[in-house]
Each structure stands twice: as C-alpha cells, then as structure tokens.
Design a binder for this molecule. Structure first.
Ligand code: BG6
Length: 488
C-alpha cells in the first residue's frame, strides 16, 4: 500500500460507500478479488472503501481480507490478495453530516475517472451525490452505481432519481439489478439472438404460455425491518422478475449497445397490461408464510420472525401478466416468487402449443416445453415426443424425453462467477447495457404501483401458506382457471 502514485496517463478509482456493510463484504470486495485474480483490474485502479466507522487502512484491509477468505474458501491466493491490498485504501465519510469528503479527496489525489458505488441506504444517495459535488469530486468522467431499492413506488423512485440526476447525468448513472450480472441471464440473449431456431417460433402462434419462477427456501433472514416495508412484489417482482420477463419478451435489439437493448426492454414494460381495481383478485395472488417444515426442519412463520407483530406484507406473489403487442397478444406470462418455498430455483418455462392434429391415436402428445434453469444449476432442456422402441400397440408407443444442455457440465472448468464481478467490470468499463435505465425503472414501477393500489382498494390481504409449500392454493387456481399448471 506504500506507493499511491501511478504514472500512467489515466488514474482510476472505485470508491465503495457502505464498505463495511453486508453487500460490500459478501459480494463487492470478493468480486474485486476475483477480478484481480483474473487480471481484469487495470494497474492504475485504486480501490477505496468508505463508511462512517473510523478505521485505519490496515484495520479496514484486515476486515476485507477476512471477507474475501470466507468467500474464496480453499481458492484464496495470498499473492492475489496482496495485489488487491496494494490498491486498497479507507476513508471515513459521514454522508448525512457531510463529513470526511476532504479526506476522501486527499485519498483520491486528483483522480478524475472514478466509479462511486453507493452500497448504502437509498435515503443517503442524495446527500452523497451532493457532498461529492461540493467536494469537487463529481468530475465529468466519474459515475455512480446504485443498488435497489430505487424507491417504493413511482413517486419515491422519481425523488431518488432526481436527487441522483442533480449531480450525475443518466449516462453516468448505473442502476444495478444483480440478476442482469448472472451468466445464465445473459445467456437468454444468446439463446434467443445467436440461434436461428427459436426466433421464428418465439410468438403467440407457437407459444401457449410462459412461466417465470424465482423460488427461495430462505425466509427473511434478519432483514425483517427492510422486507416488511417492501414485500415480495417490490423486493423481487419490480426488478428481477420483470427483467427476466423483458429479456424473454423483447424484440431483437439492433445491437448490444446500451440503448438498443434498453429501448427494447422499455417497450415491453410499456406493453404490460395494467392490472388494477377488481382485476387484482383474478390476476394476482399474495401469500405470507406461516410455520411449516422447510428443508426438513421446522421453520417459523413470517409473523413469528417479526417478534410477533402483525403484518400484511406478502412473502409470495403470483401474477398472470400480459404483454399487449402483436408478438404476445393472448399469451399469459405467469410470474411467481416467494420465500420459504420447497426449493431454491429460478427458471423460465416456455410452453409451446400442442400439435394441431395427431396421427397417433390413443397416445397423449405432450406439447414441447423449453425450460431454462438459471439457478442453482444452469441447464436448458427441451421436451420432445419420441418413439419408445417397441412392437406393442402397432409399434407406436410414444414418450416425452428431454433434450438436455447442462451448461454446468459444458463449462466445468469455468469458475462460477458472482454476478457482481461482471457488473463491477462493466461499470469500470463504462458500459451501461446491463444496468437499468431511468425510464425502465419508472415503467416497472408504474405497472407495479397499479397492482399494489388494487390490493389496497380491494383490501386484498396475503393468504397464509405453510413454510415449505408452493404458496397459497389460490396460486394454483390463478393458473388452473386457464387450464394450465405450474412446472416446478
Ligand atoms: C435480492 C432480494 O435482490 O435478491 C432478496 O432483496 C433475495 O430478498 C435475493 O433473496 C435473491 O437473489 P439470488 O441471486 O440469491 O437469487
């Protein structure tokens, strides 16, 4: 850490505010370590952690080392750590009080190309930007990266975005949705737009329904006070599930440049049929887990985790959504997410329509189904009807079999990356393709707000479901009334 001065023409820095918080320790610094391991950090990059706690550079580095070791496990490499350590500095800043920014300026030592990562409560975003500006640190080539939640509704989202925009223009504002950093999510773009096979079939003529499920086995895990204000619809649907829906439903962008991709996503969001008023009862389901058995153990109910307080926050949501455009008219997009469900799994199922006429009497023909598993394993499978080798029944017994592509197996030798590795790298490289643009966030909130408003006006309380189950029975009715069933 002895030599701060770099001689190269560009001297870069990344400053992480909230550097002693959970996200920074579990994800951000380990991601920087892995980028260092892969030689992807430029030699001129300085890494500054910043938080309210008074710490020396060394005490801070020690905390980061522990966090990195925990994440890297047996793969921890002391030499790589030393390289990261050499870039690492600490600066104590109190954003709310506006204190410490002079010290930060000293540490940055004239650097102008700076990525400020705001891993803090959104309530501090405005003050942080303001203080950076006052301290002369919001240079033309500096940018900010912000974490969700960006607001609780459209109005508060606008307030936050206005506060950011007062200092950083949109092309310097990087809104994170960590799902966009996942390899399997980026692979959706590749699957759709690097293969000729799917595009001609990717529409209402051939596709009957789409299901997007993000199920978690964990409960709210000590995040009750945050979660209780947000619930599953704001915590998961407004961002992660909607982003997945956009990637499945969007038109082919003309290129991978940020605005081409984001323009197409915004068009999808604006085509989402609003669900409001009494329709919320037919098209949405809210649930809240009660005591049950999850992963073989008794799990407390959501209310028990609150310390017994009442709450009408949902921990499960299912929605029957529609994208109203020529490609998708009439095709339901079923979205489902929840905590304390039976398995941890994120998957997208594209259910194709049945064949129009069967020439195989007496055999049920299962319509083709494309399943894209995003986690925990990365897998793409397509069910196809096949002939069972047999002479019985006139020699025509059929059976659905899956054509399987295990990405985990195909790329066995590749380390599974943390989503933040890619996102940090893109922010450092000034590429916004994988970040959410302001109008995208606004369009998502507009759609979500109408549902939440419907829940209020219709007094739609969450229905209990036992921990370890697939949500309230209404979730089965929601899809069952269209003659469909969930694929788990
Ligand atoms: C976060 C939510 O954005 O995503 C959490 O706030 C949720 O509630 C998490 O658990 C899920 O992310 P992942 O990557 O584990 O699917």
């Amino acid at each position: 850490m002895e030599n701060h001065e770099m001689t190269g023409a560009t001297r870069r820095a990344i400053v992480i505010f909230g550097a002693t918080g959970d996200l920074a320790l579990r994800m951000l610094f380990p991601s920087l370590y892995f980028l260092e391991l892969d030689g992807l950090l430029t030699p001129d990059l300085m890494v500054v952690g910043s938080a309210r706690t008074e710490l020396t550079d060394e005490a801070f580095a020690l905390r980061i080392k522990e966090a990195v070791k925990l994440r890297a496990g047996g793969d921890f490499d002391a030499a790589v750590w030393e390289r990261l350590h050499d870039r690492l500095y600490y600066s104590c800043v109190d954003a709310a009080q506006g204190a410490g920014f002079d010290h930060l300026a000293n540490v940055l030592d004239g650097r102008k190309e700076i990525v400020y990562y705001l891993s803090t409560s959104p309530s501090l975003y405005g003050a942080l930007c303001d203080n950076l500006k006052k301290a002369g640190l919001a240079h033309a080539h500096s940018r900010i990266v912000v974490e969700k939640p960006i607001g609780k509704d459209l109005a508060s989202c606008n307030e936050i975005n206005d506060a950011l925009a007062a200092t950083f223009s949109e092309d310097r504002t990087f809104r994170i949705d960590h799902y966009l950093g996942k390899e399997a999510v980026q692979n959706l773009l590749v699957l759709r737009f690097a293969n000729t096979l799917f595009e001609p079939l990717w529409n209402k003529v051939t596709i009957e329904q789409v299901q997007i499920t993000v199920s978690e086995t964990v409960g709210v895990e000590g995040r009750w006070s945050y979660y209780n204000d947000y619930g599953a619809i704001r915590d998961m649907v407004q961002n992660h599930l909607i982003q997945l829906l956009c990637l499945v439903a969007m038109e082919p962008p003309t290129s991978l440049d940020p605005d081409s991709v984001r323009d197409e996503k915004v068009k999808v969001l604006r085509s989402l049929r609003p669900i409001k008023g009494v329709d919320v009862k037919r098209l949405t389901v809210r649930g809240q887990y009660s005591e049950g058995v999850a992963e073989g153990r008794t799990a407390p109910g959501y209310l028990d985790e609150s310390g017994g307080g009442p709450s009408s926050t949902e921990t499960f949501v299912a929605i029957n959504a529609h994208v109203e455009n020529w490609r998708w008219a009439g095709v339901p997009f079923y979205l489902r997410t929840g905590k304390r469900l039976p398995v941890r799994s994120s998957q997208i199922v594209i259910q194709f329509r049945p064949v129009p006429h069967s020439i195989f009497p007496g055999t049920e023909l299962l319509a083709n189904r494309l399943t894209i598993r995003l986690q925990p394993d990365e897998n793409i499978s397509m069910t196809l009807m096949n002939k069972t080798p047999s002479l019985a029944d006139g020699g025509m017994q059929l059976k659905p079999l899956a054509l399987n592509l295990s990405l985990d197996n195909a790329f066995k030798e590749t380390r599974r990356r943390i989503a933040y590795e890619r996102l940090l790298l893109e922010a450092l490289n000034n590429n916004q393709t994988l970040f959410v643009r302001r109008d995208e966030a606004e369009a998502a909130w507009t759609w979500i707000d109408s549902i939440i408003d419907g829940w209020k006006t219709q007094s739609m309380q969450p229905k209990p479901y036992p921990a370890g189950s697939w949500g309230p029975s209404d979730a089965f009715t929601l899809i069952g009334m269209n003659g469909h069933r969930w694929y788990d």
